[in-house]
Design a protein around this ligand. Structure first.
Ligand SMILES: Nc1ncnc2c1ncn2[C@@H]1O[C@H](COP(=O)(O)OP(=O)(O)O)[C@@H](O)[C@H]1O
Ligand SMILES: [Mg+2]
Length: 809
């Protein structure tokens, strides 16, 4: 198992022999990339769905894939119960006291038994405390409790903020976002309406639409206010007041207002921002597993939160670059009611969007339910992997079989309904059928033992205890670094008020006024804008540098000193040609500004840029990758992690391709050899032979899995194998056949060794990519400095009562 730890192969369990009702030694490894076509886990209560999906999340976390988890029942909070020492005293605070009592044990006795059970269970699946430690270190685990302070509360304020550009510019996505927001908000306020046709819904949608298309954020208070005084006078062709009289609008405003006023509602405004990017990675770029526990909420609140979270996820996803590797997982346990076939709750739209589009962005959606009849059919068709556990009713079975049959027809795979029906009927708990469109055939397997202690649902008090026992998540600092402004860049020169007359050939511009209040004065500065490239050929760095600054013009022998320059965020194109009305002008130092002096300042500007301006680039020493301009260390790290994953996945593909013919040939030869022996000897001996060499238990077998191998590769392999088969048939010699078996066994061992070495090499190569980053400070190359503009600008300053002036642009 260790051999796959870092290859993106998720260890989910072992293949299971249904005929003899026993587990085999063959590992079930799931290629993480298969998850980008999403997965669905179906089974009756107690069939082991949550245990399986939790194991999948553990695997993802170990591999550095962040997860967003929606947990309606409280079971997923168990992901925080990880005890590398497997010591009874670690379990004791978290065991279920009722279970202990039922067992007639003290909490201590029960905890000791549970610890022993976990140790033994893990060992039987080839796992230990070290793997638990690896899980704990690989990611940061947080339980969020929206609307409650038991875990980390989540602020939903941002959900009425204008969605990112990628959504606003896509009319379909924007419409979806507006409709689900309106639906969920009305649901939360208890306004029972037809979600699409009601006037409440239409008005709310209109308010959201007009704000968001103008990129304006809204708060709940804004929305309430705008319901009373809407931003429009007509709705469609109707006059607003005829369509929705103000008296009735007031009632809607009141309904939303009482939400705001309700005791406890303020908690919805506290805590971490509901920001998917931050929920997936820490401030340092470490992956996170963010569990949103919603068991404590009422139905309307749950629906509201789930749809808001899913909407935000769609928005985040759309801002990610395309990929074929797994970037993140969104898991929802027990989705019954959130994704129904006929009704249209607020959660359905964004879930469907995720299932249809997330693949291109590497976001894998995993859904689990005990009730397959309650699932939207279109959604099911978008799930590439089905984990089918024990089912309770015939209706559930029929529904699942229908779905599988549909999927088989679409993908062109053969499907034996009767055989599948029989298989499903024989499943015990924790035994699943995996139907993966990327595989040749379905697999039956038993889910592996969970690393986390599956203690059962955690209540509010336990979540509170658990959250205070866990170090707080390091959340990204919300303050955005802004260019420091020149505080009192100039001493307040007395303003004559009149615009000075300039010598011929000197142009002047005006910085736009951005602050109001105080007495404003225009003061003279020199504005400089230039571009350059910072090139470090040896380090393969070629980063753009943009300089936009202004420096005051002062009386005296050196009127302009670029060392006193302040960065400003106004591009040359945004300078104004005429002054704003009613602002006086400071004096221009005598004779300072001439065409000649400006030319000299322009030259000085170039020299100053060369000597003083730099760009900081983060560089990964192993891969040689460098950060992009303006990219923070955190974002660079996250991008690198994913880039490494893409490279590694490609290397794994290569390896699989390389071993496919070898693996197919050796399998075919084994089959022939066994046949030959079996023909001549009695059944029993052949049986021993089969157990003596089993392809599945080899590293090669586990690595190749049941992956559909391309037809050409297979074709080549079988032709080779057929040749072998013919020779065997011709000789008909048992002795030879036995010898061949031994030779095959040897060949297999050798192939395994080879593969092991190659896997180790891949691991070593990508392990190196997590080396610390270097910060490279790059100077601009002189020949690349291009001055766009150096000119006199009048910069508005506000003069305070103390006579000091401050920038007002
Ligand atoms: N992977 C696993 N490792 C250890 N125990 C498990 C695992 N999966 C299930 N179990 C046991 O079976 C019980 C029921 O499984 P669970 O996953 O909660 O079922 P479901 O979600 O289908 O209702 C769990 O409480 C746990 O005791
Ligand atoms: Mg469950």
């Amino acid at each position: 198992m260790q051999d796959f730890e870092k290859l993106g192969q998720f260890y989910l369990g072992r293949h299971y022999d249904l005929q003899h009702n026993r587990p085999t030694d063959d590992l079930l490894l799931y290629d993480s990339r298969d998850l980008v076509t999403h997965a669905l886990c179906v089974g009756m209560t107690g069939s082991g769905k949550t245990g399986l999906c939790l194991a999948l999340i553990e695997e993802a976390a170990i591999d550095g894939v962040p997860c967003l988890v929606i947990d309606p029942k409280g079971d997923l909070a168990n992901l925080l119960l990880t005890f590398p020492n497997l010591a009874p005293e670690d379990f004791a605070p978290w065991v279920n006291e009722d279970d202990a009592r039922r067992n007639g044990q003290s909490v201590e006795q029960f905890a000791a038994d549970q610890a022993a059970l976990w140790k033994k269970g893990l060992a039987s699946w080839g796992q230990d405390g070290a793997r638990i430690a690896r899980l704990r270190n690989a990611a940061e685990f947080t339980i969020y409790t929206p609307g409650s302070t038991a875990g980390v509360p989540l602020s939903i304020l941002k959900s009425f903020a204008a969605p990112p550009g990628a959504i606003v510019s896509d009319s379909e996505l924007l419409r979806d976002r507006i409709q689900t927001t309106a639906t969920s908000l009305l649901g939360l306020a208890g306004v029972e309406t037809d979600p699409i046709k009601s006037r409440e819904h239409i008005l709310l949608s209109t308010i959201l639409q007009s704000a968001w298309t103008a990129k304006r954020d809204l708060s709940l208070a804004d929305i309430i206010q705008q319901i009373q005084t809407p931003p429009v006078t007509r709705v469609g062709v109707m006059d607003l007041d005829a369509f929705f009289p103000s008296k009735d609008r007031f009632a809607l405003a009141m309904a939303l207002n009482s939400l705001l006023a309700a005791p406890g509602f303020d908690v919805w405004m506290q805590g971490d921002e509901l920001d998917i990017d931050r929920m997936l990675h820490t401030a340092d770029g470490k992956p996170r597993v963010s569990i949103c526990s919603i068991a404590h909420l009422g139905d309307a609140e749950r629906m509201f939160f789930v749809s808001v979270l899913l909407n935000q996820t769609v928005g985040w996803m759309r801002s990610q670059p395309g990929t074929t590797s797994l970037r993140a997982i969104v898991y929802m346990d027990e989705i019954a009611g959130y994704f129904p076939p006929v009704a249209n709750p607020a959660s359905k739209g964004p879930l469907l969007t995720l299932l249809k589009q997330a693949r291109a962005f590497g976001v894998g959606v995993v859904l689990s339910t005990q009730n397959p009849v309650d699932l939207d059919y279109k959604g099911l068709a978008n799930c590439g992997t089905w984990f089918l556990g024990r089912l309770q009713t015939e209706r559930d079975k029929a529904r699942v079989l229908d779905g599988l049959e549909g999927a088989a027809t679409t993908s062109g795979h053969p499907f034996d309904r009767q055989a599948m029906e029989q298989t499903l009927a024989g499943l015990a708990s924790r035994i699943f059928v995996m139907n993966n469109v990327h595989d040749d055939a379905p697999s039956v397997f038993e889910s592996r033992w969970a690393l986390s202690y599956l203690r059962g649902p955690l209540g509010r008090n336990e979540i509170r205890r658990l959250t205070s026992a866990t170090p707080a998540a390091q959340v990204v600092d919300a303050t955005v670094a802004t260019a420091p402004r020149a505080a009192a860049a100039t001493s307040a020169a007395p303003a004559t008020g009149r615009q000075p007359v300039l010598p011929a050939g000197v142009s002047q511009y005006f910085l736009p006024v951005r602050t109001t209040g105080g007495t404003l004065t225009y003061q003279p500065m020199v504005y400089g804008a230039a571009q350059a490239r910072c090139v470090e050929a040896k380090l393969k760095i070629d980063a753009p540098l943009e300089v936009t600054v202004a420096t005051p013009i002062v009386p005296g022998p050196v009127p302009v000193d670029w060392n006193a320059a302040t960065p400003i965020d106004i591009g040359a194109a945004d300078l104004e040609q005429a002054p704003a009305a009613g602002i006086g002008f400071a004096d221009l130092p005598a004779n300072a500004v001439t065409a000649k002096s400006i030319a000299a300042w322009s030259k000085d500007f170039t020299t100053w840029i060369y000597g003083n301006q730099t760009v900081e680039v983060f560089k990964a020493s192993a891969s040689g990758a460098a950060s992009q301009p303006g990219e923070s260390e955190r974002d660079f790290r996250i991008r690198m992690q994913h880039g490494t994953r893409e490279l590694r996945d490609a290397a794994v593909d290569q390896l699989r391709k390389k071993y496919a013919p070898k693996s197919a040939a050796v399998q075919e030869r084994m089959r022939r050899a066994e046949q030959a022996v079996g023909r001549e000897e009695e059944q029993a001996k052949a049986q021993t032979l089969q157990t003596a060499i089993s392809f599945g238990t080899t590293l090669l077998g586990a690595f190749m899995g049941r992956k559909a191998i391309s037809a050409t590769t297979l074709g080549r392999a079988t032709t080779a194998a057929r040749g072998v088969g013919r020779t065997l048939k011709e000789t008909q010699d048992i002795g030879r056949a036995k010898e061949t078996v031994e030779a095959l066994q040897q060949q297999l061992t050798q192939l395994d060794e080879e593969l092991r070495a190659e896997i180790a090499a891949i691991e070593a190569r990508f392990e190196a990519a997590s080396e610390p980053l270097e910060t490279v400070v790059c100077k601009p190359k002189k020949s690349t400095i291009t001055v766009q503009l150096v000119a006199l600008v009048w910069a508005p300053h506000a003069v305070g009562p103390d006579g000091k002036s401050a920038p007002a642009w």
